[in-house]
Design a binder for this molecule. Structure first.
Ligand code: PHE
Length: 332
């Protein structure tokens, strides 16, 4: 049958997988060549039918196997082409490559750290997984103290926890017993919080200064924080507002005049004209006691790095710091 040779040639010459299916149907489909031949069998004399049927079956097998062969060849070819066309030449120069940006949180960290290193503070780090003693107990937050609720905590099964602030580094540093102490401690902290201005992981910088006798007092604290806030925010007004922390006495929160409305009242400062930026105080005696120090005095402070970054860069959703969106990061 001459159509068989033609079809076999067509199969050999196929270039695309999608044409193969077309060809297959023209053979085996309802109106295909072979289907027609098979249905013609009934019009053939009984003697001849056996031989013709056998021939048809041979042809069928031949066609099927050459179709299969063609399919495998074409599939491999198309895959090769795809791989070739998607290959990336990593050595090519791309004029669009962006320089590496600083993350706003890191930039803010660096600015804070620069100031205190310049003021002769050393940098100390503490563990992120803390025990109850360093995170709470030694900081005058005994079990069932209501202030523990302020810092809704992530606990592990063994009673350890993710530190809720950098203040445990105060305790760890004082436990070493070397005076004078003049440190800051930058790092991540964790609380069960998530909204525009809170994320379950955020960053703080703690500060601690301790020396013998009554050598360190609130005036020292006031001087350094005022100087620091002017360094960070420029010409702002600063006020110390009496407050409470279990581990300092007296305690204060520090406000700067609103950098957006210059103190006249706006949405950011809730129309108060002031922005709260950190907490501080004179280290409480029982904190020294829990850390094994006697006859010393000191001050401590703590600040939220995201809060500073939001104010410095006018970012109003804290969560955007952690979404790694290049459109935001490119601006730094
Ligand atoms: N640890 C306090 C907080 O997380 C901040 C603070 C540190 C306050 C040191 C006073 C002294 O809110």
């Amino acid at each position: 049958m001459e159509w068989v040779d033609k079809i076999l040639k067509d199969i050999k010459n196929l270039e695309h997988l999608k044409d193969l299916e077309h060809l297959r149907l023209s053979i085996f489909g309802k109106k295909g060549f072979l289907t027609k031949e098979f249905s013609n069998l009934k019009n053939i004399s009984d003697e001849a039918r056996k031989k013709v049927a056998k021939d048809l079956n041979d042809i069928k097998q031949k066609l099927e196997s050459s179709l299969l062969e063609a399919r495998e060849k074409l599939e491999k070819m198309e895959l090769d082409n795809k791989i070739k066309s998607q290959k990336i030449d990593v050595s090519l120069f791309s004029p669009d490559l962006s320089p590496n940006y600083g993350h706003p949180i890191n930039i803010t960290f660096d600015r804070i750290i620069d100031y205190f290193v310049g003021m002769d503070f050393a940098i100390r780090y503490g563990p992120l997984v803390e025990d109850d003693f360093h995170n709470f107990e030694a900081l005058n937050l005994p079990k069932f103290h209501p202030a523990r609720d302020m810092q809704d905590t992530f606990y592990f099964n063994d009673g350890k926890l993710l530190r809720t602030h950098t203040s445990p580094v105060q305790i760890r540093t004082m436990e070493e017993g070397n005076l004078p102490i003049r440190i800051i401690s930058p790092g991540a902290v964790f609380r069960r919080d998530y909204d525009m201005t809170h994320s379950p992981m955020f960053h703080q910088v703690e500060g601690l200064v301790v020396d013998k006798d009554r050598d360190v007092n609130f005036a020292h604290l006031k001087f350094i924080l005022e100087d620091f806030l002017k360094y960070m925010f420029g010409d702002v007004k600063i006020r110390f507002r009496s407050s409470f922390f279990p581990f300092t006495e007296p305690s204060a929160e520090v406000d700067i005049s609103c950098i957006f409305c210059k103190g006249s009242g706006c949405r950011v400062c809730s129309n108060t004209g002031w922005l709260e930026v950190l907490g501080c105080g004179v280290v409480a005696d029982n904190v020294f006691e829990a850390s094994g120090l006697k006859n010393v005095s000191g001050y401590a402070f703590g600040m939220g790095v995201e809060r500073f970054a939001m104010l410095l860069y006018g970012v109003n959703d804290l969560r955007s710091f952690f979404e790694t969106d290049l459109r935001l990061l490119e601006q730094f």
